[in-house]
Structures are given as structure tokens and as C-alpha cells.
Design a protein around this ligand. Structure first.
Ligand SMILES: [Zn+2]
Length: 511
């Protein structure tokens, strides 16, 4: 049931869309959004203006936090600027929320963990490091500033990513649209079981009850076996001592976390946070630098079986960034559509991901100063995907290198445009180009739901594929760069024809 009325009192909001200055015009590369946010946020904080900074990833949060704590240390205490994100422990979070309400904490850097439901009182300024990905998310973040009757300033600092550049150049898209459609797949077993748990907590189920039309006796029996429910006579009662809604993320269907244990003090190891398994592969591997409240820890050992990461405090001038190798297999083709020039598909897929190597990246200059291997088993995700492939006739006109570069460039844009069209967060929808896909042996670009079982995003992508392709073509052809840039196909093509080749590919698909 859709609840679309916003009853919260709210003062006037000023929106500022800030596009960092160009540093290389022909490559269309702009100044780093992170460094521009540091500059803007320090200015507000120095003037005693309580400010919340949002960033899209946990690592980004910690990097900005480190920068701001450094700038502010001489002026106010180091504790007046705090980080806030998933993975901090509940006690730690409550202290930060209280500090924000009382005004003891002047600045907070957060992921979208602070978007929903947490009371932190009213802040004066909100800065977003890059477009948060969806309109609803942007409004949620903007809502953190200027609650009740005070005026507030919201600044969105655009990165070079295609979606950010699209928003900053088409602000009407943001102001005139309704916030996005909510996408949920009620038949996803993971989601269904969680909903049944919550429902059973409220009222007992009878043996013959259905749930949203679905027959659920098997699930109720399973939960009884797991000692979550207790069956007496014909009725399943809740018997677990936990509150089920706490275990459910509104954003993600994945579970099972890795616990992070600080053993800096030999006599007293301490749990400092937790992280989901998929993220842990690239953020908590051996030798990774894990940032927590601006403090650097090095991972000494990641015990994958026991789901424990042992870390120790260090002081280094770099952070780490890991590569993930992905293998995608189509299990079943559910829908297919062929035009004269293109073929689209939708179906069940498995995605196998394996962390391969990590790089050490220096703060400030962001240069690569070393690398190492990661030894972790593969993780598997069973989900849905939509795809578009290159036909045999067209394939003959390309050599492998050119085609691969055009596919990579096109995929970069398709992922962003698809997220825009189906109105989801870009990180919920992964894009994966393959020069020779396993199931059809053709060059193919896949877009898949990042959640086990799928939540319905790629199905919408499949339905809107022709518009997505047209919009991607428009975005690349209108980009002011000469031969590719981070705001369209990315950089890295070996020839200056890659941009034209990507356009040619898309034109072929458009028919
Ligand atoms: Zn460009």
C-alpha cells in the first residue's frame, strides 16, 4: 500500500547544484567531487554551521571524514566531526545521534544509513557528494537539513559519472519528477520469508492461512523447524526473542555479516563493526586498509569460514581498492525479443564473483603505489538479468579489440541510463559486458539485480530496453568531450574512435 503524503513540518530549502571546475577540457575531466566537498564542508563547519555530508560508499565516507577531522582539529575538538554508516555498532550510533541532537557534534559524514527513520534533530546544511542515485534518496538526504521552520541549504556536488552530469545539466529532471516507483518482488523467497516473520510477530498464523495470495504452509513449517515459530494445534506462534524487523534491511535482501574485531590491545580484543559478505570480499580481505571513524585499521586476517575479520590500528598514507572478477551464466531464458538489428533477453542467471587483486592508493594524489593478490573463495549470486546482444551480421564488421572497447564504453552508459529509467539506485543494478557470453556465444551486455532472487529491476529494464538504448545514444552523442570521458563512455579506449564505435553499436541496436 503506497503512503505518499509527507506530513513532516519543513522550512524553506535552497538547492545548489555544483559542478566542479573542468581540469582537462578535451578529456572532459572535472575536479574531484571529494576534494570540492572537503572545501565546502570545511567552510560551513569553520563558521559554526551544523552540516551533514552524504557520500555514496563507506570508503568515501571515511575518506571525507579523515579530511574534515584534520581540517577541524585545530579549531574544535576532533570528536565534533563524526562518521555514521552501516557497520558501526548500535551503541556507537546512539552516541552520535545524541551528539547531533544536542549540537555537541558539529558535522557528520554519512552513507544513506542516516536517510531513514533516525532522529538526529535539525541540521542547517546538507552536502551530497555526488547524486545519491535516486530522486527519493536525494529528497531523504535533503530532508536532514532544515527540519521544522528554519531555512536550509542543500548542495549537490556532481562527480564526473554520467548520472551526476545528467542531473546537474538537467535539474528539471530532479524537480519535476515524482520520486521513483517502489520496486519489490513479493515472490522473492528471501523477501517473502522475512515478511512472514514480521507478520507472525504481530499475529499468529493458522495452518490454512495465505499471505498476499501465496500459499505458505511450507514456509511456516520451515520456520517452525528453525524454532522461529511454534506450532500448537492449528496455529503458528512467534517464539523467538528477537524483533524480526530489526534483521531486515529496507534496501537489500542479503544477510550474513562478517564481524570486525580490533586486536590492537592484546589483552582486550573488541568488536568494532560488521559488514555483509559481498562487500567484505573487497573491503576486508587480508592487508586491506579498513577505515572506521577516521581511524585506519589493517586487516591482519579475514577468517571467511568463521565470518571474522581481525584488524589492527595503523597509520598509513593510503587506502586500498580491490578488483572483483565476475562470471555470469544464463540458467534460463524467460523472455526474448528480436528485431532486425538487435536481440534482447531476460531470465535467471548466476553471477560468480571473486576478489582478485587490490591496489594501494595514496591519499590526496590518488596515485597507485602498490598492489597484492587476494585469496578468497568465490561467492555466488542467483538472480535475474536483462541483456542485449550483437547480431552475427553486425559482428562480422568488427575486430575483437574495437568491439570489446565499444562494449565496455556502452555498458558504462547503459548501466547509468537504465538506473535512471527504472528509477533505482545504480548500485542495485549491475552491468556486465562480455565479448562472448557463455549461453549465446555473442557479444552481450547484461544488467542484473544485485539481490539474491532478484527484485524486479532487470525485468523493467527488459521492458524498457529500446528507450534505454535511445537515451544512452543521446547521452553519448551530446557529451562535449572529443573521444570519450568519465561522463560518458569512460576513458581507457586505445583509439580515439571508441566514442564513435560505441555510438555505432547503439545505433545498430536502435535499428
Ligand atoms: Zn564524454
Amino acid at each position: 500500500h503506497l503512503i505518499s503524503n509527507n506530513g513532516a513540518p519543513s522550512g524553506r530549502k535552497h538547492f545548489l547544484f555544483y559542478n566542479p571546475p573542468m581540469v582537462n577540457r578535451s578529456l572532459n575531466i572535472r575536479k574531484s567531487a571529494t576534494l570540492e566537498v572537503r572545501k565546502l564542508a570545511s567552510e560551513f563547519l569553520k563558521n559554526g554551521i551544523q552540516t551533514i555530508v552524504f557520500a555514496r560508499s563507506r570508503v568515501r565516507v571515511e575518506i571525507i571524514l579523515t579530511y574534515l577531522q584534520e581540517v577541524m582539529k585545530p579549531i574544535v575538538g576532533p570528536n565534533s566531526i563524526q562518521g555514521y554508516r552501516g557497520g558501526y555498532l548500535p551503541n556507537e550510533r546512539r552516541v552520535i545521534e545524541k551528539g547531533l541532537r544536542s549540537g555537541d557534534i558539529k558535522g557528520v559524514v554519512s552513507t544513506n544509513a542516516l536517510e531513514l527513520g533516525v532522529d538526529i534533530g535539525q541540521l542547517q546544511t546538507c552536502i551530497m557528494t555526488g547524486y545519491p542515485g535516486t530522486i527519493s534518496s536525494a529528497w531523504q538526504q535533503a530532508g536532514r537539513a532544515g527540519r521544522r521552520h528554519n531555512e536550509a541549504l542543500i548542495v549537490m556536488v556532481a562527480s564526473s559519472a554520467p548520472l551526476d552530469q545528467y542531473i546537474v545539466q538537467n535539474p528539471d529532471y530532479f524537480f519535476k519528477q515524482n520520486p521513483e516507483t517502489a520496486v519489490i518482488n513479493p515472490d522473492n523467497l528471501v523477501i517473502l520469508v522475512d515478511h512472514i516473520k514480521c507478520a507472525a510477530f504481530e499475529l499468529p498464523f493458522k495452518r490454512t492461512d495465505t499471505f498476499g495470495g501465496a500459499e505458505i504452509e511450507d514456509i511456516l513449517d520451515y520456520l517452525a523447524e528453525e524454532r522461529v515459530l511454534h506450532l500448537t494445534g492449528n496455529t503458528y506462534h512467534w517464539m523467538n526473542d528477537a524483533f524480526p524487523a530489526h534483521g531486515i534491511s529496507l534496501r537489500s535482501a542479503s544477510q550474513e555479516n562478517v564481524v570486525i574485531i580490533d586486536q590492537s590491545k592484546r589483552e582486550k580484543a573488541k568488536v568494532i563493526g560488521e559488514m555483509d559478505r559481498f562487500s567484505a570480499m573487497t573491503l576486508l580481505h587480508d592487508e586491506a586498509i579498513y577505515l572506521h571513524q577516521g581511524i585506519q585499521y589493517q586487516v591482519e586476517k579475514l577468517d571467511w569460514e568463521e565470518k571474522k575479520a581481525f584488524v589492527r590500528e595503523v597509520q598509513v598514507d593510503y587506502y586500498t581498492d580491490a578488483n572483483l572478477a565476475v562470471l555470469l551464466r544464463v540458467l534460463e531464458v524467460d523472455k526474448e525479443k528480436k528485431t532486425e538489428t538487435a536481440a534482447f533477453g531476460f531470465g535467471d542467471v548466476t553471477v560468480q564473483a571473486k576478489a582478485t587483486i587490490f591496489k594501494k592508493i595514496k591519499f590526496e594524489t590518488h596515485e597507485n603505489i602498490g598492489s597484492g593478490p587476494i585469496h578468497l573463495p568465490e561467492e555466488e549470486l542467483h538472480t535475474n538479468a536483462a541483456w542485449v546482444q550483437v547480431n552475427d551480421d553486425e559482428r562480422q564488421n568488427w575486430n575483437d579489440i574495437k568491439l570489446e572497447e565499444a562494449l565496455l564504453g556502452t555498458a558504462n552508459v547503459l548501466g547509468h541510463v537504465a538506473a535512471l529509467k527504472v528509477m533505482c539506485d545504480p548500485s542495485d543494478l549491475h552491468v556486465f559486458p562480455q565479448i562472448k557470453a557463455v549461453h549465446n556465444e555473442k557479444p552481450t551486455i547484461f544488467l542484473y539485480d544485485r539481490y539474491p532472487g532478484g527484485v524486479g529491476l532487470s525485468q523493467k529494464v527488459y521492458e524498457q530496453m529500446p528507450e534505454i538504448i535511445s537515451e544512452a545514444h543521446r547521452l553519448i552523442s551530446r557529451c562535449p568531450c572529443e573521444s570519450g570521458c568519465p561522463s560518458c563512455i569512460g576513458v581507457g579506449g586505445s583509439s580515439d574512435q571508441t566514442k564513435n564505435n560505441a555510438l555505432r553499436l547503439l545505433k545498430g541496436w536502435k535499428g
